[in-house]
Design a protein around this ligand. Structure first.
Ligand SMILES: Nc1ncnc2c1ncn2[C@@H]1O[C@H](COP(=O)(O)OP(=O)(O)OP(=O)(O)O)[C@@H](O)[C@H]1O
Ligand SMILES: [Mg+2]
Length: 451
């Protein structure tokens, strides 16, 4: 059973971890895609825009180079061109680092940009050689064409980036859907597993419950059998007195008969004799009835209770007392009973008798063991409780929690099975939903059966 639970929970844990890891990996993928989605197109587009802007301004400053009136103006225009050129190279570096497409796509605008330098140098050379018109023409013609080519090559980069962004977006949506799918599958699987484990556990528990009930019934039966020996000695005690009375009655009849000290021919003697015989016979009959009723009491005690019966607790105590009374008297144990139950309640009477007899027997055994002077047991009934107290010295505090445990006994093995109070507790608390409690009194114990 425990092995099954452990296996089920290990499977659940492994599944949970696997599914969680899968979901986490999908979510990480989703977040990296989002990151790329955010970084790639944005960086490339802004760098490409910057490149285009600086190419435009370089192109414009090249016109200033051509139109420069003096050396100073020329240098200023050239320095603008150079600073823009520097920025363009830096932006190409950024694109190179971030670009996710084919490297050749960057190489093309890059080389175009590098080659533009040759045209610009040519223009500068013409300007410095005072061929201003040729320089202007070169700028407008080949220079401008080159710049257009550069623009186009850069646009290819941007359009690729846009396409990549669409691709990332599609991937992100797919990753999100997969992650949701995994999470849903995980939830459903976990739910199914938990439900199955629940069903298995409930089934096993109810199986265990049935086994436990069977075991209990068996133990009740066992402890009743164990009480059988005690019962026989109780019967012997109870039979002793009526049997000896029967024997006395028979004896006196026999003596009278043997001595024949009567004369049946005389009317008064005949009547006297008849009276004598009738009296003895009815006494014998009385004793035989008593013997037979004792047997009935004991026989009833062994009948298992199939259904609860509506009964006054006084009746249960009376029957129990009837069974054990002579045994207690024989051992000089004083029994005081106060009956106060005024209504009938539903109980398993034979089982309750078993509880009362177990408690009384324990008191009796304890008196004997501790050699208690003036042993006394008091029984008090109420409408739904019975309390039984004695003056046997009580149960040591260290043992108080243990005495209701199965097989716990301070008596030697052959005298005590340790099942008496355990069974009593099951009968009172499980079968009757009541309480069986132990209270230590000044000079003894008090067991309370609360129903
Ligand atoms: N009235 C009592 N006074 C002192 N100790 C008691 C009393 N009743 C029970 N006990 C203690 O509780 C223990 C458990 O009692 P329980 O009836 O369960 O078993 P047992 O009497 O030892 O054996 P069994 O009843 O099966 O023959 C006893 O061994 C005894 O130590
Ligand atoms: Mg006992």
């Amino acid at each position: 059973m425990q092995k099954n639970i452990a296996i089920s929970f290990t499977i659940i844990s492994i599944l949970l971890v696997t599914l969680s890891l899968l979901s986490i990996s999908k979510l990480t993928e989703l977040s990296s895609i989002t990151q790329k989605l955010y970084n790639h197109p944005l960086t490339i587009t802004s760098s490409a825009k910057n490149i285009k802007f600086h190419i435009t301004s370089m192109h414009r400053y090249m016109k200033d180079v051509v139109l420069a009136k003096d050396k100073e103006e020329l240098n200023i225009a050239l320095s603008h061109v150079e600073s823009s050129e520097k920025i363009v190279y830096e932006e190409f570096k950024v694109i190179n680092d971030k670009y996710l497409g084919n490297e050749e796509q960057i190489l093309k605008p890059y080389l175009l940009f590098v080659n533009w330098k040759a045209i610009r140098n040519e223009i500068l050379f013409l300007k410095q050689s005072n061929q201003t018109i040729d320089a202007a023409n070169l700028t407008k013609a080949r220079g401008a064409q080159h710049v257009q080519k550069l623009y186009k090559a850069i646009d290819v980069l941007v359009s690729f980036t846009d396409a990549k962004a669409d691709y990332f977006l599609k991937n992100a949506i797919e990753a999100k859907d997969t992650a949701i799918f995994f999470i849903l599958i995980s939830l459903i699987t976990i739910l199914l597993i938990i439900m199955s484990v629940g069903i298995i556990l409930t089934k096993n528990l109810s199986k265990n419950e049935i086994a436990r009930k069977k075991q209990e019934t068996y133990l009740i039966h066992q402890s009743r059998l164990a009480q059988m020996g005690e019962m026989i000695s109780m019967i012997a005690h109870q039979w002793r007195q009526p049997l000896s009375s029967i024997s006395t009655a028979v004896g006196t009849m026999r003596v009278k008969y043997d001595l024949s000290s009567y004369d049946l021919s005389k009317e008064d003697e005949r009547v006297h004799q008849e009276e004598f015989m009738k009296k003895r016979l009815s006494k014998i009959n009385e004793y035989v009835q008593l013997l037979s009723s004792t047997i009935d009491d004991f026989r009833n005690f062994y009948k298992p209770d199939k259904k609860p019966t509506l009964i006054n607790l006084d009746t249960i105590v009376q029957t129990s007392v009837k069974i054990i009374k002579s045994t207690l008297e024989d051992k000089n144990i004083e029994l005081i009973v106060e009956y106060h139950a005024d209504i009938e309640i539903e109980v398993f009477s034979n089982e309750l008798m078993q509880v009362i007899l177990s408690i009384l027997k324990n008191s009796e055994e304890n008196f004997l063991e501790k050699n208690i002077k003036n042993p006394q047991i008091k029984i008090l009934t109420n409408r739904n409780s019975i309390s039984i107290s004695d003056n046997g010295g009580g149960v040591p505090i260290t043992l108080r929690d243990k005495i209701f445990d199965p097989y716990f006994s301070t008596k030697s093995e052959k005298n005590g099975t340790g099942l008496g109070l355990y069974m009593s507790k099951i009968i009172v608390e499980d079968h009757h939903k009541g309480h069986l409690i132990l209270e230590n009194r000044k000079n003894g114990v008090c067991f309370k059966i609360l129903l």
